[in-house]
Design a protein around this ligand. Structure first.
Ligand code: DLL
Length: 440
């Protein structure tokens, strides 16, 4: 930690490194990476050979353009472990997130990867206001989701105290906030608003809490939401970004300036592309974020298409960090929804519906935010035969569809059966999703 900067910085050497030195480091790491994946991941050897790319031809950072993209479907096609670059003996942790169908996307970490992850999480948490003295109430879910353990390890590396409360159980969250003196809260931004509402309902004066910082991410949010959170809770709300495929949370994080997220490009090399053409957009233009993991050992990824839309912000950040900043995530270039922090693809729901005899695969997903929590309603047509049945039978079908969808995506939804042909037909692409949360 270095005190010459306006706010504490976890790893001043790396985080304030001059750009030329960082470029040299990135190129060194990129060259190592291409050899590493060529020698250890059959998927990449085949791709490189098909494209006629030789690792020895990577001589500058711009040569990354000759490398292939990696897609989420590539991970699915190699499910569960075929993209790993090391034998399972060297994998010490496995996490997963939802895929475009029922199978999750699986990622494996070596000890070195866990160390890298802890390092970038320590940078993130400290840039979000955490110090050695902090008490961090970690309300991200512990489990296959990377949020819980990512924050946990980063907090421990800093030497702050972590409360591994995990998600949900709002009454207990409030009790801990009051009694344990947590000054940093980590959870999704929508949950922080829900919590604020429950604190108000319980008649507790939020300003009496020790809470000072919130490090919120895992789902899209807006400046308006930040304003609302900061009005209702006595905190600075900081944006944290990441995805399981790259490492988990800690890919990029805002500093106290709250003006863009510093992306830790000594580990995660960013590009912004036009999602239609795959070509780089002009400097500062909005496009899809593509990341190459420069140092990952378990499951290294070349030019991974995140599908997240953002841009590189121009200018120098007053905090002293030289890592480039990305804008908050503005949307996705695919149809993934994030419901209460869980990634959901319409194709997963469709997969459930086609298996249920009583309904037709004509459906629409309606997303609303009620009391700051996302509610997903699945409107689905019953088939002609069932429609004439009595109400009791319909209720049983609704319950069955709700149950099967819950099994598939892990969150509860509301199912509304509608009569045949009630879901609007479209001549082109079906409009499957109506998102009324007004996140953009
Ligand atoms: O959500 C990792 C994470 C945990 C990030 C805790 C931040 C805090 P996944 O479940 O793989 O990983 O989902 C990754 O979530 O591609 C984005 O679409 C979205 N996302 C994550 N952070 C943000 C954010 C974790 N700050 C996907 N703003 C990503 C907007 C976000 N979207």
């Amino acid at each position: 930690m270095n005190k010459q900067f306006p706010y504490p910085i976890w790893n001043a050497e790396m985080e304030t490194m001059d750009l030329e030195t960082r470029k040299t480091l990135q190129l060194y790491r990129l060259k190592e990476l291409v050899w590493y994946v060529y020698d250890n991941v059959p998927f990449y050897k085949k791709k490189f050979d098909e494209m006629g790319v030789k690792p020895s031809e990577i001589k500058s950072l711009d040569d990354i353009l000759s490398l292939p993209f990696t897609l989420k479907t590539d991970l699915r096609d190699n499910y569960p472990y075929a993209m790993f670059a090391v034998p399972m003996d060297d994998i010490i942790r496995i996490h997963a997130s939802s895929g475009t169908t029922g199978k999750p996307t699986v990622v494996g970490y070596t000890q070195e990867d866990i160390d890298t992850w802890s390092e970038v999480m320590a940078r993130s948490l400290m840039s979000g206001g955490t110090t050695r003295k902090s008490i961090v109430q970690n309300a991200y879910g512990y489990g296959l989701f990377t949020g819980g353990l990512g924050v946990h390890y980063g907090t421990e590396l800093i030497g702050a105290s972590v409360i591994p409360v995990s998600g949900g159980n709002t009454a207990r969250q409030i009790l801990l906030l009051q009694d344990f003196g947590s000054d940093v809260m980590t959870c999704t931004p929508s949950y922080s608003l829900f919590l604020a509402e429950e604190i108000e309902k319980a008649g507790i004066d939020a300003s009496s809490l020790k809470l000072r910082y919130g490090i919120f991410g895992a789902e899209p949010w807006t400046e308006a939401m930040r304003g609302e959170i900061q009005k209702r809770l006595p905190i600075k709300a900081i944006n944290i970004y990441g995805l399981s495929e790259i490492i988990g949370p800690g890919v990029a994080n805002e500093c106290q300036c709250q003006n863009g997220l510093h992306i830790y490009d000594d580990h995660f090399f960013p590009e912004i592309i036009n999602p239609e053409t795959g070509e780089h957009v002009k400097d500062g233009e909005m496009g899809e974020l593509v990341i190459t993991t420069l140092t990952k050992k378990g499951i290294p990824l070349i030019r991974y298409r995140t599908r997240d839309l953002t841009r590189i912000l121009p200018g120098v950040c007053p905090c002293g960090r030289t890592h480039p900043r990305i804008d908050r995530i503005m949307g996705r270039s695919d149809d993934m929804l994030i419901i209460r922090g869980v990634n959901v693809f319409p194709s997963q729901i469709e997969e459930v519906l086609v298996k249920i005899e009583e309904v037709a695969p004509h459906y629409q997903l309606i997303v609303e935010r009620e009391h700051n929590l996302d509610v997903l309603t699945v409107m689905v047509e019953v088939n002609d035969k069932i429609f004439s049945d009595e109400i009791k039978g319909l209720e049983a079908i609704e319950k069955k569809v709700e149950h099967d969808i819950h099994q598939m995506i892990g969150i509860s939804v509301v199912v509304k059966l509608v009569e045949p042909r009630a879901v609007a037909r479209s001549e082109g692409k079906a409009k499957r999703v109506i998102d009324n949360r007004k996140l953009q």
